[in-house]
Design a protein. Structure first.
Length: 460
């Protein structure tokens, strides 16, 4: 069941042989086998080390296919072609990707390996986020290109445990900072026990940690990681979100990656992306002229041309759309600019550092789906030789550029009816994630919010 035997992404990762040796010595007694679900969460099993070494390494393991057909509450819901009562809720196989084996030093004697999903006949589960991204990476590879990416993920931390937060209905929580700590050394020092534990644990787990900084909302922070190939970045992103929450829980705190927790600044996930040749050569930059290449411009034009159709993959939840507000550093206009943070797409860097930044996604994004959407859009631009419009100079919030879909319902309609989406991802994927949006919209439509109660209980 192993993929890429003997390979590892850096010297902090383990080969399967090394992991089994650690199990044999008793240094590791628990192995987390996990994949990333539609909502961007790690799902899977904690296996005893001996069982993992004796059975799973050779024969693999399985999980119910409903794991790609539930809502965020893990309710079984209708409308999914791959999983239902009528189909009997059968199994999927978890295919171990040996390159992802890592130590989780915040847990005793624990390692993790991430997985691809296949059906029992070994055909890929096309609706799996990791498979969706891999298919776009394969398209790029056919032209001799590799995608490099980095995600900048913000969160808000509270001096309140997850249990206490639930008891308080997630209102009135105490943030770890009581004022704007954007770039504040004092503000981050007050939270350093949490931030340091996250940084060092993630380094042990094979991530290349850059650092941590404060952000604008009360208790808002960002831990940054060095870019890597797109699949590694998505894998690391999913591990980081889970581990950060686990470390916060160990310290009696809680973290949210909601796109918009309250009326102040939302939490973003800006995604940086560039293409390189398989030999490491530059694709987006002409060193002789010191300018962007025509292919780079076509790629950006494609991302812009598909932005509205693919917004569902950048903003997958009802709450995601609360970020898109004028003057909020979250974009409303589908436009690009040079180092212009008011635009949906910001171009930065020169030479080997030339890259595009997609500012649409919030912290609730599924990194595999967002990266797949960016690649699909960019490759469309290259294949169609699209012309990049002139850069937007000034305030994009006040421009006449087309706007990002403002609700999940609007984004759902664009995605479901998009010929571009169906050509890029296939009907199976488009129908699957359209149904995911339908499920969320139905749940939201049935909910009575605290806003309604406050405004209507006595006064209406």
């Amino acid at each position: 069941m192993e993929q890429h035997p003997g390979q590892r992404r850096n010297d902090r990762h383990l080969t399967m042989t090394e992991l089994v040796e650690l199990i044999d010595t008793g240094a590791i007694d628990t192995v987390v086998v996990a994949f990333t679900d539609m909502q961007g969460r790690l799902q899977g099993k904690r296996l005893h080390g001996r069982y993992f070494a004796d059975v799973v390494v050779e024969h693999g393991t399985e999980g119910c296919n409903y794991l790609l057909a539930v809502d965020v509450e893990m309710n079984t819901v209708g409308g999914y072609a791959i999983s239902s009562w009528e189909r009997g809720y059968g199994d999927m196989e978890f295919v171990l990707d040996e390159r992802t084996i890592r130590l989780l030093t915040h847990q005793p004697a624990t390692a993790m390996v991430q997985c691809d999903l296949v059906w029992l006949d070994h055909s890929p589960v096309l609706q799996s986020p990791r498979t969706i991204l891999q298919r776009q990476l394969d398209r790029a590879a056919e032209s001799g290109w590799e995608a490099l990416a980095g995600t900048e993920l913000e969160f808000i931390a509270f001096d309140t445990s997850y249990e206490a937060a639930a008891d308080a209905a997630y209102r009135g929580l105490t943030p770890v900072n009581q004022y704007n700590v954007d770039y504040s050394i004092l503000g981050t020092s007050r939270v350093e026990p949490l931030l340091r534990a996250i940084r060092n644990t993630m380094y042990d787990a094979g991530l290349d940690v850059e650092g941590a900084k404060g952000e604008c909302n009360f208790g808002q922070h960002e831990v940054g990681f060095l870019y890597s190939d797109a699949l590694t970045t998505a894998d690391n992103h999913s591990v980081y979100k889970t581990v950060a929450k686990e470390i916060a829980a160990q310290q009696g705190k809680s973290i949210t990656f909601m796109a918009k927790y309250n009326e102040r600044e939302g939490s973003s996930c800006h995604i940086h992306l560039s293409l390189r040749g398989a030999d490491g050569s530059l694709v987006f930059w002409d060193q002789d002229s010191g300018q962007r290449t025509p292919l780079y411009d076509q790629f950006v034009a494609g991302v812009l041309a598909t932005a509205a159709d693919f917004t569902l993959l950048y903003a997958p939840n009802v709450n995601s759309y609360k970020r898109f507000a004028a003057g909020s550093f979250a974009p409303t206009a589908i436009a690009w600019g040079l180092d212009n943070r008011t635009c949906a797409v910001r171009l930065v860097g020169r030479g080997a550092g030339a890259r595009m930044e997609n500012r649409l996604p919030g912290a609730d994004v599924n990194p595999y789906l967002a990266l797949a959407a960016m690649l699909a859009g960019g490759l469309h631009g290259i294949e169609q030789e699209l012309t990049l419009e002139d850069e937007l100079v000034g305030n994009a919030y006040e421009s006449d550029k087309p706007h990002v879909p403002s609700t999940l319902a609007a984004a759902r309609e664009r995605f479901a009816s998009s010929e571009l989406a169906r050509a890029a991802f296939g009907d199976e994927v488009v129908d699957h994630y359209t149904n995911m949006a339908d499920v969320e919209l139905a749940a939201y439509g049935a909910a009575v919010t605290d806003w309604e109660l406050k405004r209507g209980f006595e006064r209406l």
